[in-house]
Design a protein around this ligand. Sequence first.
Ligand code: IMP
Ligand code: MG
Length: 188
Amino acid sequence: MKMNSMIADVKEVLIPSEEIQSKVREIGERITEDYEGEKLLLVGILRGAVVVLGDLMRHIDLPCEIDFMDISSYGTGASSSGVVRILKDLEEDITNRHVLVVEDIIDTGLTLSYLRRSLLARNPASLEIFALLSKPSRRRVDLEVKYLGFEVPDEFVVGYGLDYAGSYRNLPDVCVLKPEVFGNTETS
Ligand code: IMP
Ligand code: MG
């Protein structure tokens, strides 16, 4: 970990950058094989998936486009209700297209399961999910994730796209913050 301005807030590096990079490469190669002969549309969920999408797409050796959605789940604080509000919709029409949703982390699974249903209603040729991280112990709905990077314990993680109060997305590793960082949201 080279980023000294943030290292003081980190309790533990959970997944070092090198491990993330080799996993993302491996999954990119799998995707390349699985979609051979097809054209793919990667749909990144803002804002957390931006970092992994940027790396993943460079390991996909296929004709490929990208698009983004910004969604917010209704609910109080940390617990999501499963009802999702679309803040920014896709620019692309996904009818008859091969869509791969790219998400940073799946927690309860409520957000993606709602989003999946709403995208399926637009009749894509196929719809699969990539998630860099998953917290299986927190899952509240069944959700098929075809491409999964890593399972993580039930701890709040940041880095490689994931934030706490908007910050830490640019850490190259997936990290757990020190407990004293939470509550102090004056992270500039
Ligand atoms: P859920 O699967 O509907 O519960 O919500 C998943 C969303 O919650 C993710 O897209 C993240 O934005 C956020 N999230 C869940 N756990 C974490 C975490 O540990 N760090 C950062 N964001 C998280
Ligand atoms: Mg998110």
